[in-house]
Design a protein around this ligand. Structure first.
Ligand SMILES: C[C@](O)(C(=O)O)[C@H](CC(=O)O)C(=O)O
Ligand SMILES: [Mg+2]
Length: 298
C-alpha cells in the first residue's frame, strides 16, 4: 500500500491496480465531480469520451469530439486532484501521428493513462448496435503508435476492443492478445454480456483486464465481488454520477417551473458549505486575507 505523492500519474495508476482487488475507476465529467469522488475515497478517476460529448458539448458519443475537447476537461481534472486519471481517447483521432500527439499531450496534462479502441473513426457508443471495427493490424498499429510516442514509460496504454459484438469472442481475444504483444499495458474488452467472458479473457491475457460496468448497456451490473472472482482487476463506472446529476438537475428545473419555489427540493441539494468544502473556498479566502492584510489595515 502506498500513497507516495512522488509517483508519476502512471505509476500511481499501476500501483492502485496492484493495491485493490479490483480497483474501482469512477467517471467524473467535471473537475468538481472529480474532487467529490476523490474526497469520498475513490482511488482512480475516469474521463469518459461519451461524458465529454454529452456533458461539455451536449452532443452524442459518435466520434465528434476532438483531442482538445477531451484534453481541456482532462487538464481541469488533473489540476485539482491527485488520484490517477484514466482518459477515454476513443480511436485516437486519426492516424499514427495524431495518436502520437494525443499520447504526448495527455502525458503533459498529467493524465495517468488512456484507452484507445478498435472502432472505425466514425465510432459509436460501445453499447449500441451497428458498430464497425478496423482490422487487427490497424488496431495493433494504433497501440504501437501510442507506445512509441510515450515520453513517460509509466503512462498506461490500455487497448479496448469492441470486437465481441462485431466478430465474436475469439476475435476479441485475438485482438487483445495482439495488443498486449504490441505493448498494451491493460485490456478493456467492451460490452461483455457474461461473467464467463471475463474469466476467459483473464485466463489468457497476462495484463490487467478492465470491466466496463456502465448502466443501461449490454453488460449486467456485476458487483466487484463477482468481477474479482473472475480475475477482473479494474471496474469502470464511466457515467454513473453523471446520469444521477442529470436526473437531479431535471428534477430541480421541473420543480422551479411547476412550484415557483425550490423549497421542496432543497434537501436534494449540496449546501453552500458543502460546496465550499469541496473546492476549498475558505483556504482561498484566507490566502486573500493574508496577501492583502496590509492594504486592509491602511
Ligand atoms: C466507456 C464509454 O466509452 C465512455 O465514453 O464513457 C462508453 C460508456 C457508455 O456509453 O455507457 C462506452 O461504453 O462506449
Ligand atoms: Mg467512450
Amino acid at each position: 500500500m502506498t500513497a507516495n505523492q512522488n509517483l508519476s500519474p502512471g505509476q500511481k495508476l499501476r500501483q492502485a491496480v496492484k493495491d485493490h482487488a479490483p480497483l474501482q475507476v469512477v467517471g467524473a465529467v467535471t473537475a468538481n465531480s472529480a474532487i467529490i469522488a476523490e474526497k469520498v475515497g475513490h482511488k482512480a478517476l475516469y474521463l469518459s469520451g461519451g461524458g465529454v460529448a454529452a456533458s461539455s458539448l451536449g452532443i452524442p458519443d459518435l466520434g465528434i469530439t476532438t483531442l482538445h475537447d477531451v484534453l481541456e476537461d482532462a487538464k481541469r481534472i488533473t489540476a485539482v486532484t491527485s488520484a490517477p486519471l484514466l482518459v477515454d481517447v476513443d480511436t485516437g483521432w486519426g492516424g499514427t501521428f495524431n495518436i502520437a500527439r494525443a499520447t504526448r499531450e495527455m502525458i503533459q496534462a498529467g493524465v495517468a493513462g488512456f484507452h484507445i479502441e478498435d472502432q472505425v473513426m466514425q465510432k459509436r457508443c460501445g453499447h449500441r448496435p451497428n458498430k464497425a471495427i478496423v482490422s487487427l493490424s490497424e488496431m495493433v498499429d494504433r497501440v504501437k503508435s501510442a507506445v512509441d510516442a510515450r515520453t513517460d514509460a509509466s503512462f498506461v496504454i490500455m487497448a479496448r476492443t469492441d470486437a465481441l459484438a462485431v466478430e465474436g469472442m475469439q476475435s476479441a481475444i485475438d485482438r487483445a492478445m495482439a495488443c498486449v504483444e504490441a505493448g498494451a499495458d491493460m485490456i478493456f474488452p467492451e460490452a461483455m454480456n457474461k461473467l464467463e467472458q471475463y474469466a476467459e479473457f483473464t485466463s489468457v491475457i497476462k495484463v490487467p483486464v478492465l470491466a466496463n460496468i456502465t448502466e443501461f448497456g449490454a453488460t449486467p451490473l456485476y458487483t466487484t465481488a463477482e468481477l474479482s472472482a473472475v480475475g477482473v482487476q479494474l471496474v469502470l463506472y464511466p457515467l454513473s454520477a453523471f446520469r444521477a446529476m442529470c436526473k437531479a438537475a431535471e428534477n430541480v428545473y421541473t420543480h422551479l417551473l411547476t412550484e415557483g419555489t425550490q423549497k421542496n427540493v432543497i434537501d436534494t441539494m449540496q449546501t453552500r458549505m458543502e460546496l465550499y468544502d469541496t473546492i476549498g473556498y475558505h483556504a482561498f479566502e484566507q490566502k486573500l486575507d493574508q496577501l492583502f492584510a496590509e492594504k486592509g489595515a491602511e
